[in-house]
Design a protein around this ligand. Structure first.
Ligand SMILES: Cc1cc2nc3c(=O)[nH]c(=O)nc-3n(C[C@H](O)[C@H](O)[C@H](O)COP(=O)(O)OP(=O)(O)OC[C@H]3O[C@@H](n4cnc5c(N)ncnc54)[C@H](O)[C@@H]3O)c2cc1C
Length: 381
């Protein structure tokens, strides 16, 4: 069969590769002038630093199959994400851990003592937290909430934490040990040559043709046997029911000679600082050595029609609209909606790859049995 992938991000590349290896002909259509979607990396010409163009990406997973898959196409070198935050005139370690608590309160608590201490700070009058703010006050108390969660969350989501559901925050978003590794996953690392090289290798197959700087329009669906669409779900329908809400990011790029901040990610927790964080890209490749440095100041705001959609908002209003689009999409023939935009979900790279492998498997099975390929492999609602 001849199958079209709309989008050369991880979703399109991984599905395309699996179908090509199974003997199908694949055309990948990508509106941007490069592959790898939002994971795109490129070397800065002046400094030689590998820049994560659409924001920093750290690979982490518990899925051994996905880890084997990415290592088939690129060498992954060890990397641990250790984030700091500048809040109220001091620098602390994140996620909030025993070091953060002891530094913040000027104490030398051991794990059990810290647990008991935080309970004494918690607002136990809140029996059933409904909002993000209530959840934080209930489990960590006002001081930690205002220093580490309130300002950052407000900037990230563009609204007060009193308007966000409690479910966004884990019940106890702190660690009572000195583990400052941001992720818990068994496999963590960074691709030695960047993500774009990895995706180029995934797409490097004689049965795959890649067309860059080409926009796919819905009326071309009939030109092939099936379409996997990893663009925005509402965009497929011309957003005629309205736009699904996203947050977008603005990156203010700047350079520095030397080491600007001594770490890859420095958050800014205070509401008065307009950006959420500064990322220093050379620290994402600690095995490299560069005199110059490339940094991004990151600002978060509502996504307009011309902006790049980054984080789906998925509050009550969006969920209703999403339901309407999902219903319409389910009635479409010859197209399957995949990936972070096609299913309007935040997906880490490992989940994206796992779902893409599953989608390809289902396509091959349905093709063999003569059944119709569904519009969604994972339903967004
Ligand atoms: C700021 C940020 C940081 C992140 N950090 C991490 C991280 O640290 N670790 C992690 O695991 N994950 C991270 N992620 C998630 C990661 O970016 C996604 O898992 C991944 O990009 C999903 O791949 P995708 O192919 O589904 O989507 P995308 O990468 O968005 O690819 C979709 C592609 O489709 C193209 N397209 C859309 N419509 C059309 C059309 N009509 N015609 C042609 N082409 C079209 C787009 O141009 C795009 O290139 C992060 C995400 C964001 C937003």
């Amino acid at each position: 069969m001849h199958v079209t992938m709309v989008g050369a991000g991880l979703s399109g590349a991984v599905i395309g590769r699996a179908l090509a290896e199974a003997g199908h002909r694949v055309t990948v259509v990508e509106s941007r002038p490069h592959v790898a979607g939002n994971c795109h990396t490129e070397r800065d010409r002046d400094t030689g630093v590998m820049v994560h163009v659409y924001g920093p990406h750290i690979f982490h997973t518990d899925d051994a199959g996905v880890w084997d898959y990415v290592n088939r196409f690129e060498t992954f070198l060890p990397y641990r994400n250790r984030v700091k935050t500048t809040s109220r005139g001091a620098v602390y370690s994140l996620p909030v851990n025993l070091h953060t608590i002891n530094q913040f309160y000027g104490k030398t608590l051991r794990p059990d003592e810290a647990r008991a201490f935080l309970e004494s700070q918690a607002d136990t009058s809140i029996a059933d937290p409904q909002t993000f703010e209530e959840q934080a006050l209930r489990f960590v108390g006002r001081d930690l909430y205002e220093t580490f969660f309130k300002g950052y969350t407000q900037k990230q989501w563009g609204c007060s934490p009193t308007e966000l559901p409690a479910s966004i925050l884990r019940r106890l978003p702190v660690r009572f040990n000195y583990d400052d590794n941001y992720f818990f996953h068994r496999f963590q690392g960074m691709p030695e040559g960047g993500y774009t090289v990895m995706v180029e290798r995934i797409l490097d197959h004689p049965a795959i043709e890649v067309r860059l700087s080409t926009r796919f329009a819905r009326d071309r669906t009939g030109d092939c046997d099936h379409v996997f669409y990893s663009g925005p779900l509402d965009g497929w329908f011309g957003c005629d029911l309205g736009r699904l809400g996203y947050r977008t990011l603005d990156f203010e790029r700047f350079t520095y000679r030397g080491d600007y901040q001594g770490c890859a990610v420095m958050n800014y927790g205070d509401a008065e600082v307009p950006f959420t964080r500064i990322t220093e890209h050379k620290h994402f490749a600690p095995w490299e050595d560069h005199e110059g440095s490339v940094l991004y100041r990151e600002f978060s705001r509502d996504c307009g029609p011309e902006d790049i959609p980054y984080y789906p908002i998925r509050l009550v209003a969006e969920k209703a609209l999403l339901g309407a689009y999902v219903e319409r999409a389910s009635a479409e023939r010859g197209v399957t909606f995949v990936g972070r935009l096609g299913t309007y979900r935040y997906l880490d790279m490992d989940v994206t790859i796992r779902e893409a492998l599953d989608a390809a498997r289902l396509f091959l099975d349905t093709a063999a049995s003569g059944e119709a390929m569904p519009a969604f492999v994972v339903r967004p609602v």
